[in-house]
Design a protein around this ligand. Structure first.
Ligand SMILES: Cc1cc2nc3c(=O)[nH]c(=O)nc-3n(C[C@H](O)[C@H](O)[C@H](O)COP(=O)(O)OP(=O)(O)OC[C@H]3O[C@@H](n4cnc5c(N)ncnc54)[C@H](O)[C@@H]3O)c2cc1C
Length: 297
């Protein structure tokens, strides 16, 4: 059998552009891949997949680089970066669009708007449409200034399904009164509307009855500040947990132990069935990816 070959724009640690090619939006979880392949065609992706399977090398797929926990990077492995596959084709008549996996949200909005169309996706122009789509449909209206620049960050979140009682508000107030720095904050993003008109079991996105997606955010400059920032997020999440449920999968948090339930609720067993059908060998995996069922024979 012929050996697999890598194709596309290939960047390794010996190249001057490696650092720029490597870093993601969150600088606080640094990862150093061995090879980054910027794919231009589907065949480049196929070749890269054959290559990693042959070499048994760990790999990740990357698009807009905005994963909070940098699940799109891996130490010593290969990154299949699709950001240069970003064509957008709009069929105004059929009201459909074909968008390649590397398209960034801002460009998608711009191209759709030329045809008088749009989608409810998110607010930051450089977030990958693919990451947004894979994770669900939360619509976000605000972001902190500078929220779109690479920085050291920790974020987490939860859903609120009913108006909060006074003690929950007081708990928030208490934690906001002792932040690790001026960048720590809580965000409330409205849900309901069209998102609530679909039943939880109809799509992978489970929290259809939530009224608010609540995000916990902080960022910092010096390494020495990391611990207290990460601890603050953990404490806030814990303190508010009696009044909240789950977490939006696109705000992943490694410290959530029961992440399957938190991200996918009652949909998790069915998602495992899908994973088992399409990726039984668990080729596509990262620390919080859905594991396939083990089947004998
Ligand atoms: C500044 C900022 C603003 C944000 N705003 C919003 C918002 O308004 N609304 C909202 O809902 N969310 C928002 N998010 C969260 C965002 O949806 C997630 O971080 C999302 O996963 C980012 O996708 P990406 O393609 O940019 O990231 P990446 O880091 O490239 O990828 C994210 C995940 O998707 C996987 N992936 C990437 N490409 C592919 C592919 N082609 N095939 C299979 N898997 C792939 C990666 O392996 C990784 O696990 C925001 C995040 C940030 C940092």
């Amino acid at each position: 059998m012929e050996e697999a070959q890598l194709t596309g724009r290939i960047v390794t640690p010996h190249d001057p552009e490696y650092e720029q090619a490597r870093i993601n939006h969150n600088l606080s979880v640094p990862r150093f891949p061995k090879i980054i392949v910027f794919c231009q065609h589907t065949q480049d992706v196929v070749n890269a997949l054959n290559w990693v399977r042959e070499k048994r090398m760990p790999f990740r797929v990357r698009s807009g680089r905005h994963s909070y926990e940098n699940f799109s990077l891996v130490n010593g492995g290969l990154i299949i970066d699709v950001s240069e596959m970003n064509r957008i084709k709009v069929d105004r008549h059929a009201m459909t669009a074909k968008i390649e996996a590397g398209a960034a949200l801002g460009n998608v909005y711009r191209q759709l708007w030329k045809h008088g169309a749009t989608i409810p996706a998110g607010t930051e122009s450089s977030v990958g449409l693919v990451g947004l789509t894979l994770g669900g449909e939360a619509v976000r209206f605000f972001d902190e200034p500078g929220g779109n620049e690479p920085a050291n960050r920790k974020r987490s979140g939860s859903f609120i399904t009913a108006p909060l009682p006074l003690e929950a508000i007081l708990t928030m107030k208490q934690w906001l009164a002792q932040p690790p720095n001026e960048h720590a904050s809580l965000w409330h993003q409205s849900l309901g509307g069209a998102a609530a008109q679909i039943r939880p079991e109809e799509t992978a996105y489970y929290y259809r009855d939530a009224i608010i997606a609540q995000e916990y955010l902080t960022r910092w400059n010096e390494r020495g500040e990391e611990r207290r920032n990460v601890r603050w997020i953990k404490n806030v999440r814990q303190a508010l947990s009696p009044y909240t449920t789950g977490d939006y999968v696109n705000w992943p948090d490694r410290s959530i132990r029961n992440w399957p339930k938190a991200y996918y609720g009652e949909n998790f067993p069915r998602l495992r069935e899908v994973k088992t059908a399409y990726d039984p060998m668990n080729l596509f995996r990262f620390p919080q990816s859905i594991p396939p069922y083990r089947r004998r024979g």
